[in-house]
Design a protein around this ligand. Structure first.
Ligand SMILES: [Zn+2]
Length: 198
């Protein structure tokens, strides 16, 4: 079946369905590793690959010690499926968002052979597909509903980050990109005006 044309509404729906399949409540953190497993996608770390030795061991040292920011993740075709390779030198929060992003490419059935995330962006993926994978991974890790509720409750970006097990940057991006903070601020201003009216 063909994948529907990408819209933000589609990303919301797809993320909701994926979360539901794992029995993950919209206001609870999602485990992207569990979702990958659910789709039969293996998640390997550079350390796993380095255990093969040789040139791969050199690559492991290069990306985890010399230039840890140069590589975040890659999607590799394996047989009829895919494997996600992540940089074991990164923080847990960063690894979680990398896995969600790479998985989003698979869920959106993007056409690719191999993608490499170098310094934050996939090297062999087009700009549109990158934005789509970001949007879907955002909905998976911090659903818009959760962002809106957190904004209404005047939660800080730090609170959102620790509640959903994402980095502060990721939490801030979601709170702004979903429009959650703006909508909550407007609602509060409106309520304040209503109270101050004689
Ligand atoms: Zn990507």
């Amino acid at each position: 079946m063909a994948v529907p044309k990408f819209t933000k509404a589609y990303a919301k729906l797809l993320a909701e369905e994926e979360r539901e399949e794992l029995g993950c409540h919209p206001f609870r953190p999602l485990d992207p590793y569990e979702l990958a497993e659910h789709h039969g996608v293996r998640v390997l770390s550079l350390a796993d690959i380095a255990s093969e030795g040789g040139v791969l061991l050199d690559a492991h040292t290069h990306f985890t010690v010399n230039r840890p920011d140069a590589f975040s993740g890659a999607l590799l075709p394996i047989g009829t499926g895919h494997a996600i390779v992540v940089n074991s030198a990164h923080s847990r929060e960063r690894l979680r968002s990398t896995v969600a992003h790479e998985l989003a490419h698979i869920l959106l059935e993007h056409s690719f052979t191999t993608t490499f995330h170098l310094s934050g962006k996939c090297r062999q993926s087009d700009v549109k597909q990158e934005a789509q994978a970001d949007e879907l991974s955002g909905e998976l890790l911090v659903p818009h509903k959760a962002a809106f509720r957190a904004a209404r409750q005047q939660r800080t970006d730090e609170w959102v980050a620790s509640t959903f097990d994402v980095s502060i940057e990721f939490a801030r991006w979601r709170m702004n990109a979903t429009g959650a903070r703006k909508v909550a601020a407007r609602a509060q201003a409106k309520a304040a005006r209503a109270i101050s009216r004689p």
